[in-house]
Design a protein around this ligand. Structure first.
Ligand SMILES: Cc1cc2nc3c(=O)[nH]c(=O)nc-3n(C[C@H](O)[C@H](O)[C@H](O)COP(=O)(O)OP(=O)(O)OC[C@H]3O[C@@H](n4cnc5c(N)ncnc54)[C@H](O)[C@@H]3O)c2cc1C
Length: 377
């Protein structure tokens, strides 16, 4: 079976590396590997935080990053993560921590005083405690996507970059794609084209996705952060953070739906930089004189329940699959893409439940759903 994958972000590259073991695979991208959301990602990896209700998914993703560590240039940097909680959030956080610990995850609830003792770089003024995850970390997303690409190529996959797919050819079954420079035949097509996925589907098919813009800034703290400094999320502030390898601090946030992703600025907004500048000294010790290093923005793809759609759109032939709607979590969730696509195409069992990624879990396939930020889940 010749599988054609549209998009060389983490989703397309993971599907290619997995399927190339026993399929003919071609990946086509209108620009390059990690050219869009993947290349501007912060690279945080915290599957246990977002899939606490689906432990097999969290375990699979956690294991994948550790097993893949050392492949080509890819490294996984393990680091504790703090999910920092307000008074109103503490009861739920404590229950989540207890349930995950009972299921054998390295997770615990920390009272505010313990949090500050254990992590002296965190002041967390006004916060009531945190859930500490010990199975988390981060990756460089560009290196990660390219290590997946190289793995796929070693297994025989072909990559055609700077070639735009303009449509999918079907006559009841999938026949391939049209591109600006001519058609390509294929037995199956996987559309992993981020927010552009919907535009490529044949007339009458739709998946509920919409683009949103989100931002990051990097600051240089008063002294470089050491290698015990945690990663974390401050959900009530819609912010997250992680150290850089050189001791700088990355802070991300500001999720806004946008009508025209083509016109979205790739620079961080001044208003976001000011928000971060005000917040920094209240939350981090040693950030009083932090200096701005750089900032950027990127566009990712939302789905109504914050989880991706990796399936045939409702009404589509089985050999047409989408992998989209990663909601700011596509790097950490990418290990599910290959096994889920394989399950859809061949019926092979995935090592985790795939129903959270079913297309038919949504009754309405329109794009006018209410956006939910993953800060809130
Ligand atoms: C600022 C920011 C920070 C983030 N931080 C994190 C984080 O810390 N952790 C995490 O897990 N996730 C994070 N994310 C989310 C993550 O980056 C995305 O969910 C993930 O990269 C999506 O991957 P993708 O392959 O679906 O899409 P993309 O990376 O957008 O790839 C889609 C590809 O399809 C190609 N394409 C589109 N249309 C066509 C066409 N017609 N023909 C050919 N090719 C086409 C594009 O060129 C592109 O390369 C962040 C995202 C942003 C924007």
């Amino acid at each position: 079976m010749h599988v054609l994958i549209v998009g060389a972000g983490v989703a397309g590259c993971h599907a290619a590396a997995d399927l190339a073991v026993d399929h003919e695979v071609t990946v086509i991208d209108r620009s390059g590997v990690a050219a869009e959301a993947t290349g501007v990602s912060a690279g945080l990896v915290a599957p246990t935080n977002y899939y606490d209700d689906e432990p097999a998914i969290a375990r699979h993703a956690n294991r994948f990053f550790r097993d893949f560590d050392g492949t080509h240039e890819f490294t996984f940097t393990p680091r504790d993560r703090l999910d920092v909680l307000t008074d109103a959030e503490v009861a739920d956080g404590r229950a989540t921590a207890d349930a995950l610990a009972a299921a054998d995850f390295d997770v615990e609830f920390l009272e505010a005083s313990t949090l500050r003792d254990r992590f002296p770089g965190i002041r967390a003024d006004g916060f009531a405690g945190a859930v500490r995850y010990g199975d988390t970390g981060w990756v460089d997303p560009y290196t990660y996507a390219n290590a997946l690409r190289q793995t796929a190529q070693e297994r025989g996959a072909a990559f055609e970059l700077d070639r735009e797919v303009t449509g999918i050819r079907t006559d009841g079954t999938v026949r391939g794609v049209d591109t600006a420079t001519g058609p390509i035949d294929a037995d199956a097509v996987v559309v992993a084209a981020g927010w552009r996925t919907g535009d490529l589907l044949p007339t009458g098919l739709s998946v509920p996705i919409r683009p949103y813009r989100t931002q990051c800034v990097v600051v240089e703290p008063d002294a470089p952060l050491d290698d015990t400094f945690p990663t974390g999320r401050i959900g009530s502030e819609h912010l997250y953070f992680r150290p850089e390898h050189n001791g700088d601090l990355l802070i991300g946030g500001a999720h806004d739906t946008i009508a025209d992703p083509r016109a979205a600025s790739a620079d961080a907004d001044e208003s976001f930089m000011l928000e971060v500048a005000e917040f920094l000294p209240t939350f981090f010790a040693g950030a009083e004189k932090a200096g701005f290093v750089n900032g950027w923005a990127g566009v990712d793809t939302a789905s109504p329940d914050t989880r991706p759609i990796i399936d045939s759109p409702v009404g589509a032939p089985d050999s047409l699959i989408v992998a989209t709607g990663f909601n700011g979590l596509g790097v950490m969730t990418s290990p599910v893409v290959g096994p889920t696509v394989r399950h859809r195409l061949t019926g092979a069992e995935a090592p985790f439940p795939t129903d959270p990624f079913d297309a038919d879990r949504f009754e309405d396939v329109g794009a006018d759903f209410e956006y939910i930020s993953t800060s809130e889940v």
